[in-house]
Design a protein around this ligand. Structure first.
Ligand code: 5MM
Length: 341
């Protein structure tokens, strides 16, 4: 395929396809495996991810790319084939998480800033050789308005780091996925999520312009606009779609080819229904698809539960969720399709 940044970005969001976010760091995948009673070892992590990457229907029809963790991009399948080669053989694009995680922001209790810029130029050159053609960096913006979180300084520091990361990626021939996640944790209402997300995206695109990042060669990975998880409100998909699209029309330039959402702790079907409602009120200037971690993997993790005899069941569960989200990215999903499965 073409190596132009614009073409890679367009391929990531083409025709209803979306990303599998399988870039859980070792600590996060351990938490996921604890839930299904599986010990997290290099081999069990490899077996689990190999199961998904070998799910042929899901990977060829619905998944455009996979975000990998450093360990996984270097791992080989049980038969010795590099996992990256399995992903490429399916037609999907390998990507890599390059941030080093969110750390407390000095002087601003409750705020974090994502680290990982030191040595990033060299790491990107290495990841390019290993086959990565896109990367991901996640900034975490929490909401706790009573405590002044997020501070203006946290939004500035996080978006500045995202812009420096994006410029380094493009220099290396790698498409940056720019992920400013406004967390859904907390009791805030949907209007507060909208306001914080708006302040974040305005600052983000200021910083990307200042860093001379070519927007056509980027993908935005944002949260949807939602009420906080402990607010007691679950918004209707129509409300989420209206607020989310209003936000993007006000802040995301049309030069950005695609927006690939994180699921952020939504239930599997909720993340699908909301994505579908967002696409149902189109047309929009950007493609709107999924880059889900939990909302694509919770079901296959449960079905697999670490047993070789469950590989087919795990692949079926993964394929189903990928299919449902593919339909949602086209605005063609219906709740009845979930029951039918
Ligand atoms: C899959 O989870 C990713 C890695 O998380 P850690 O660095 O904390 O281990 C995460 O960045 C993910 O790509 C996004 O948050 C989207 O995942 P969700 O689960 O929100 O769809």
């Amino acid at each position: 395929m073409s190596e132009r940044l614009e073409d890679i970005a367009a391929a990531i969001v083409a025709n209803g396809k979306g990303l599998l976010a399988a870039d859980e760091s070792s600590g996060t995948i351990k938490k996921r495996f604890d839930v299904i009673g599986v010990e997290s070892t290099a081999d069990s992590r490899r077996d689990y991810r190999e199961m998904m990457f070998r799910a042929k229907d899901a990977m060829t029809k619905y998944i455009s790319g996979v975000i990998l963790y450093d360990e996984t991009i270097r791992q080989k399948a049980a038969d010795g084939t590099p996992l990256v080669d399995i992903i490429k053989a399916s037609g999907a694009i390998p990507g890599i998480k390059v941030d080093a995680g969110a750390k407390p922001l000095a002087g601003f209790p409750g705020d974090t800033v994502t680290e990982g810029l030191d040595g990033l130029r060299e790491r990107l050159a290495d990841y390019y050789k290993l086959g990565a053609r896109f990367a991901k960096w996640r900034a975490v913006i929490d909401i706790d308005t009573g405590k002044g979180v997020p501070s203006t300084n946290s939004i500035s520091a996080n978006t500045h780091a995202l812009a420096r990361y994006a410029a380094l990626c493009q220099e290396a021939g790698i498409v940056p996925i720019v992920e400013p996640e406004v967390l859904m944790d907390g009791a805030h209402d949907i209007g507060t999520c909208y306001e914080v997300s708006k302040a974040t995206l305005i600052k983000l695109y200021d910083e990307l312009h200042a860093a001379r990042v070519v927007l056509e060669g980027t993908i935005l990975k944002p949260n949807m606009v939602l009420s906080g998880k402990t607010s007691g409100t679950v918004d209707s998909p129509e409300k989420v779609a209206e607020m989310t699209i209003k936000l993007f029309r006000e802040t995301v330039p049309a030069a950005v080819p695609g927006i690939a959402f994180l699921s952020g702790g939504q239930e599997d079907e909720e993340a699908t229904a909301n994505l579908n409602a967002i696409n149902a009120i189109g047309p929009h200037p950007w493609k709107l698809t999924f880059s889900y971690g939990r909302a694509l993997q919770a079901a296959p993790q449960k079905a697999w539960s670490g047993k070789a005899s469950n590989v087919a069941a795990g692949q079926a569960a993964f394929t189903h969720r990928a299919h449902m989200n593919y339909l949602a990215a086209l605005g063609k999903w219906k709740a009845s399709l979930e029951q039918a499965a």
